[in-house]
Design a protein around this ligand. Structure first.
Ligand SMILES: [Zn+2]
Length: 152
């Protein structure tokens, strides 16, 4: 299982929980505003199904295995929207926080990351392009924990 945790500031609870699952998570430090897009371009080039867990997401035990075990080509666990102060907003997010991207989806959108992509726009570039080819993420619940704005 290929599991990537892209981060600038990695939340210690996210790291602690992921490490406890022994998934062989690869932590990737993003050191520039376009580094997330560059990472996605590299993952696309490898054409291997991947689960992304972002730096402030805490998946429940078994979530990653559930994503890999699902036959859908693109999956996203729900998580609660929060602002940078940790305040909860309305609704659930289904962005890149806890998602599976299959090689099949990569093959369907082969040129998605050819142009540089600012980190804040990676979610929408994927979602908009996928919608154009009639794809939506398969949603998984219950929602995973989102620690954005919440200090230890
Ligand atoms: Zn699924």
């Amino acid at each position: 299982m290929k599991v990537i945790c892209p981060h600038t500031a990695l939340h210690p609870v996210t790291k602690g929980v992921l490490d406890s699952y022994n998934l062989g998570v690869r932590y990737v430090q993003l050191d520039a505003e376009y580094a997330y897009g560059n990472l996605l371009r590299e993952l696309w080039a490898e054409r291997e199904t991947v689960v992304i867990i972002e730096h402030d997401i805490v998946p429940n035990h078994g979530c990653v295995e559930e994503l890999f075990g699902c036959s859908a080509i693109w999956c996203a666990f729900s998580y609660q929207w929060r602002n940078e102060f940790g305040e909860v907003g309305v609704g659930l997010s289904h962005q890149l926080g806890c998602t599976k991207i299959s090689a099949h989806l990569m093959n369907a959108l082969p040129d998605l990351w050819n142009e540089p992509c600012h980190w804040s726009l990676c979610d929408q570039r994927l979602f908009f392009a996928a919608r154009e080819i009639g794809r939506e993420p398969h949603l998984h619940r219950p929602a995973v924990i989102h620690l954005k704005g919440i200090a230890v």
